[in-house]
Design a protein around this ligand. Structure first.
Ligand code: F6R
Length: 246
């Protein structure tokens, strides 16, 4: 897995946004899988700017979200539906028919997971998957121990993840379960960009890159992916040993 280290968050976000923009220009109907959270805000800001000032179009692009909390209505302020609309989909010219976010209120969540996998297949598979990383190494909501051959499914969130995300919820109670794209779903993407910023991610980044490839460190799976690149700022790269090119 290659790593690119940038001086700061803004430089990292601009470079990652360039990868998405280039792909979108080259292949207008490209299929993207996207994360929520703090890390990708800079990319979304930059892509929105490119849409407004440079005419970057997403009219034919297909978007799949990595995950959604189970039990949250699409209009719940902490849902990933709302996050994505507010930060990206409603600020560009995305076609709502080509935007997919797992339905956290599906009556049959297992069927919703199958529907999601089928929609990805129908779109021709993911071209570019953008990921953040949890402090425990999770990608999407695939917590430590997630099988590398897992597909989109319902998962239990770890206590540490619920704690990190608690402030988005009333009484600091984050949902206990979520729907997430699986490890194999992510691995099948033609290219993967994993972004990490800040010293609080440095330990997870170093473990993912330098320790054994293991289901106990989900992001380590990407080491055997043919086209996965880490985009790091210097703080997130600060626990890495030598041998990581800038
Ligand atoms: C969110 C997601 C998570 C986050 C990760 C990092 O859709 O899939 O894996 O990418 O928890 O979150 P931030 O960027 O908030 O540190």
């Amino acid at each position: 897995m290659r790593a690119r280290v940038f001086p700061d968050y803004n430089a990292m976000s601009a470079a990652a946004a360039d990868v998405v923009a280039r792909r979108s220009n080259e292949e207008p109907s490209a299929v993207f899988m996207l994360p929520t959270g703090i890390t990708p805000l800079g990319i979304y800001r930059r892509l929105v700017e490119m849409h407004r000032s440079e005419g970057l179009s997403f009219a034919n692009a297909n978007f799949f979200n990595l995950d959604e909390y189970l039990g949250l209505a699409p209009d719940h302020r902490a849902s990933y539906h709302v996050y994505m609309k507010e930060h990206f989909y409603e600020l560009i010219n995305a076609d709502p028919a080509r935007v997919f976010v797992p339905d956290g209120t599906a009556i049959d969540p297992e069927a919703e997971c199958e529907r999601y996998e089928a929609a990805i297949r129908e779109a021709g598979g993911i071209d570019v998957c953008v990921l953040g990383i949890g402090r425990n190494g999770h990608i999407g909501f695939n917590e430590p121990g997630a099988p590398f051959d897992s597909r989109t499914r319902v998962v239990e969130l770890s206590e540490s993840t619920r704690k990190v995300n608690a402030s988005d919820f009333e009484a600091d109670r984050a949902p206990e379960r979520a729907i997430t794209a699986g490890m194999a779903t992510i691995f099948d993407s033609k290219s993967v960009l994993l972004l990490a910023s800040g010293t609080n991610k440095a330990g997870a980044v170093a473990a993912a890159v330098e320790d054994d490839v293991s289901e106990s460190m989900p992001a380590s799976m990407l080491r055997s992916h043919p086209n996965a690149v880490l985009f790091l700022d210097e703080a997130a790269a600060s626990d890495l040993g030598h041998g990581v090119a800038g």
